[in-house]
Write a protein that binds this ligand. Structure first.
Ligand code: GRG
Length: 314
């Protein structure tokens, strides 16, 4: 079996941060704060968060903050959005620096995006998606501000996106997709509402995502992709059905997607690596209890020690 090239992945992540004008940096320009969350969380899972200049990272995150509304943009000077606000809050949680936030303003921004039916818009332009329900709920939970939203309505909206196959989509009636399932199951777990889930039915749909090559796909008839090692497996763990897949075949699939020379992980074997797949590969291996990695929390998508610090200060 291949082994995890941890040190090379650390070097790869640090090098992406330095290269500002190559293809990967340019395509990530509008979601740089998501990239920072993926990269920094990977470093933390590999016990290497101290390789980055914490002050510099936090100062950059705060440059993405909009003090007029309380939201964060994907990069300096970009418009605020829930997707980026969650990443900013997660990065600050990683560094144990949530105290730099005006929690009142940030939670006001997030709660202000809840709609009458309990759903969340991603930003002022109004697109609705269960991804944004997850972002809002995860963010407010980290900030200990769940009382700022109508949790019952938020949960009912998510439940209205449940399909007959046990999965969840973006909006009511939307096709089941593993990414959306993570968002819905993660949000239901955080709000203590998993009793709305038929665990056997959903577990069956999720374990059928394992392909012949050992990797997981996002929905039927699609190719396996390393990122679903996170979206599918975290959901299976939350509903106690992770033993329904072949874990060693999945570990092999992820390890075979590594660039063993330059570091980084790709979506499938022999493809080009990127920070997104490097994060989800390492996070997937962490869920699979691969030796040497910090354990990651399947609902908050943060290392377990960070989540314990948030809720138990230990
Ligand atoms: C903190 C981990 C974390 C997440 C924040 C943004 C978000 C909340 C969740 C995104 C969930 C999602 C929809 C993931 C799927 C991403 C993806 C690879 C989509 C690709 O979709 P298609 O249709 O791919 O191109 P398939 O594999 O179905 O062909």
């Amino acid at each position: 079996m291949e082994k995890l090239e941890g040190e090379k992945h650390v070097k790869y992540i640090l090098s992406v941060e330095k290269r500002k004008d190559d293809f990967e940096s340019l395509v990530m320009d509008h979601l740089r704060i998501n990239g920072a969350y993926w990269g920094l969380t990977t470093l933390d899972l590999l016990h290497k968060l101290d390789c980055v200049d914490q002050e510099e990272a936090i100062s950059w995150v705060m440059q993405c903050y909009h003090e007029d509304c309380g939201g964060f943009g994907g990069n300096v000077g970009h418009d605020p959005h829930l997707l980026y606000t969650l990443s900013a809050v997660q990065i600050l949680a990683l560094f144990d620096k949530l105290d730099v936030l005006d929690v009142e303003m940030v939670s006001k921004y997030v709660s202000g995006l809840q709609n009458e039916d309990g759903s969340f818009s991603g930003d002022m332009w109004g697109e609705i998606d269960t991804r944004f329900s997850y972002c809002a709920i995860c963010c407010l939970s980290i900030l200990h501000c769940m009382d700022k939203i109508n949790v019952e309505k938020a949960v009912n909206y998510i439940v209205s996106c449940k399909n007959l196959d046990g999965g969840f989509g973006c909006t009511p009636g939307g096709e089941s997709h593993s990414g959306q399932i993570f968002c819905c199951i993660g949000a239901l777990a955080i709000t203590g509402s998993l009793h709305h889930v038929d665990k056997d039915l959903l577990g069956w749909w999720l374990c059928e995502r394992q392909c012949i090559d050992g990797g997981l796909n996002g929905r039927p008839e699609k190719f396996a992709d390393v990122c679903y090692s996170w979206w599918v497996l975290s959901s299976l763990i939350i509903i106690d059905r992770a033993h329904w897949i072949d874990k060693s075949k999945l570990i092999n699939f992820i390890l075979n997607c590594q660039d063993k020379e330059k570091g980084g992980i790709s979506d499938r074997p022999d493809n080009a690596v990127d920070v997104f797949h490097t994060y989800f590969g390492v996070a997937g291996l962490s869920l699979l209890e691969y030796p040497g990695l910090k354990p990651i929390d399947p609902a908050y998508a943060l290392p377990v020690d960070v989540v314990n610090r948030l809720f138990f200060r230990k």
